[in-house]
Design a protein around this ligand. Structure first.
Ligand code: NAD
Length: 447
């Protein structure tokens, strides 16, 4: 089939590349000339494991092309995906200006029947708005379908090629047949393509993300209570995650969820609830707890240094909102680094993929290092914000030689308490007792 993907970001590029991989002719469209220029030179502008192999193959075989020209991109398309941003507006609602702009532009350009597929995460009722915007100037028949995307950055290719399920919202049997045909190669193992009405499809995406954000937040609250009662959240996680009714995933306590999806999608669902006069109380708590959770470590750092962070050097490992991505949108690391800087600390940072993106925001306010150990040179403490695998088994003796103090504030619970105790570190993590090193010269306040 001939496919256009409008919006070539994390979702659009993965969608386009994966549908090219299943044999379709794909043109990805974006208004960002720099991005399209790089893609046309064979450069992938985002970090996403496994994408390069598929990208290279499909570009080489002529199935995957890029343009900034919408008319050219959609000219022959039977299916037009909208993978455009839906950032939060000031009141938390999803901002539909990008989607509706493209919908307005599409109307006069359509030359034959096409299925317009909304892949962006959008509030209930958006498909109707998109349909109305296109209908204003369309001279041909078309369908608008809701097809929310559930891929996770970092494993996006795998998620896309082997989805747990595909959700499609449509009342048109013609569009349904097109979508069935398109997704057939991805669901050969029997994972379902679930058809429903478009409003339910739109709502399904928000329900999924809000539920996952709630699951993480619940564990963060359990962690906070664990610290007070003297329990270990990792043991609780193992104890409840093995219950098949609960499941093992999204139970890791930490310094709060971030990223481009959970924060904005929870906010947007709360806004929809307000619009429909429903007080969705759990969502309000999820948002409030997560805001507090992102600030969990700073008071401990302040206490450790007796409120005197001026001229202290704090090393930071991990900037991305999660491992295997360079995405720093709503990453807890950023907020914490800004708090460190405003307290007068010097900050040295390392992240395997996200440093370029942070440079664009923080410039030379922090020192960017080429290795995790370089960031530790003469550091008074280490803070960890992303659970990149390379941070999991560091050389603690080497760290000791580099750092001024053996103290670690770990927002991702990477290390065993016994190991840190044995190595003589002062170690704060989330939902576990603090390890207070005996030979620490600092005043240590237990959390
Ligand atoms: N990133 C994820 O993990 C993820 C997962 C599932 C769903 N989603 C949803 O998918 C949507 C897209 O997210 P993303 O992370 O890919 O965003 P993104 O910001 O990475 O990409 C969006 C792209 O759209 C382009 N764009 C903006 N206006 C345009 C226009 N008029 N014409 C053509 N291109 C235009 C931008 O230049 C950008 O490249 C959002 O609604 C998001 O909530 C994201």
């Amino acid at each position: 089939m001939k496919i256009a993907v409008v919006g070539t970001g994390y979702v659009g590029l993965v969608t386009g590349t994966c549908f090219a991989e299943t044999g379709n002719q794909v043109i990805c469209v974006d208004i960002d000339e720099n991005k399209i220029g790089r893609l046309n030179k064979g450069e992938i502008p985002i970090y996403e494991p496994g994408l390069d192999v598929l990208f290279d193959r499909n570009v080489a075989e002529g199935r995957l092309k890029f343009t900034t020209n919408l008319a050219e991109g959609i000219k022959e398309a039977q299916i037009i995906f909208l993978a455009l941003p839906t950032p939060p507006g000031e009141d938390g609602s999803a901002d539909l200006k990008y989607i509706l702009k493209v919908a307005d532009d599409l109307g006069p350009l359509l030359e034959r029947y096409a299925v317009i597929v909304d892949k962006s995460t959008v509030p209930v009722g958006t498909a109707e708005k998109v349909r109305a915007a296109i209908a204003k100037s369309a001279k041909v028949e078309f369908d608008v379908v809701s097809n929310p995307e559930f891929l996770r950055e970092g494993v996006a290719v795998e998620d896309f090629m082997k989805p747990d399920r595909v959700v499609v919202g449509t009342n048109s049997s013609k569009a349904q047949k097109t979508m069935e045909k398109l997704y057939a190669p991805l669901v050969r193992q029997g994972n379902p393509v679930i058809f429903m009405d478009e409003r339910s499809a739109e709502m399904t995406k928000y329900a999924a993300n809000s539920f996952l954000a709630m699951k993480i937040t619940f564990m963060n609250e359990i962690a906070n209570l664990c610290e007070r009662v003297g329990a270990n959240v990792d043991d609780i996680r193992r104890g409840i995650g093995t219950d098949s009714r609960i499941g093992k995933r999204f139970l890791f306590a930490g310094i709060g969820y971030g990223g481009s999806c959970f924060p904005k999608d929870v906010q947007a669902l709360a806004k929809t609830s307000r619009d429909y006069d429903y007080d969705f109380r759990i969502l309000n708590s999820v948002m409030a707890v997560n805001e507090d959770q992102k600030k969990r470590l700073m008071p401990l750092v302040q206490d450790y240094f007796e409120g005197e962070l001026k001229d202290k050097t704090i090393a930071v490992w991990g900037l991305a909102f999660k491992p295997y991505t360079d995405d720093i949108r709503e990453a807890p690391a950023l907020e914490n680094i800004k708090a460190l800087l405003s307290a007068g600390a010097k900050v040295t940072v390392y992240d395997p993929e996200a440093m370029d993106n942070v440079k664009r925001i923080l410039g030379d306010q922090v020192t960017f290092c080429h290795t995790p150990y370089a960031a530790l040179d003469d550091a008074d403490a280490l803070m960890i914000f992303t659970e990149w695998p390379q941070f999991r088994t560091p050389d603690f003796e080497k760290m000791d030689k580099l750092m001024k103090n053996k103290v670690v504030f770990d927002g991702r619970n990477l290390y065993e308490l016994d190991v840190m105790r044995e190595m003589g570190y002062t170690y704060y993590s989330i939902g576990r007792e603090a390890v207070l090193s005996l030979d620490s010269e600092q005043l240590v306040v237990s959390n």
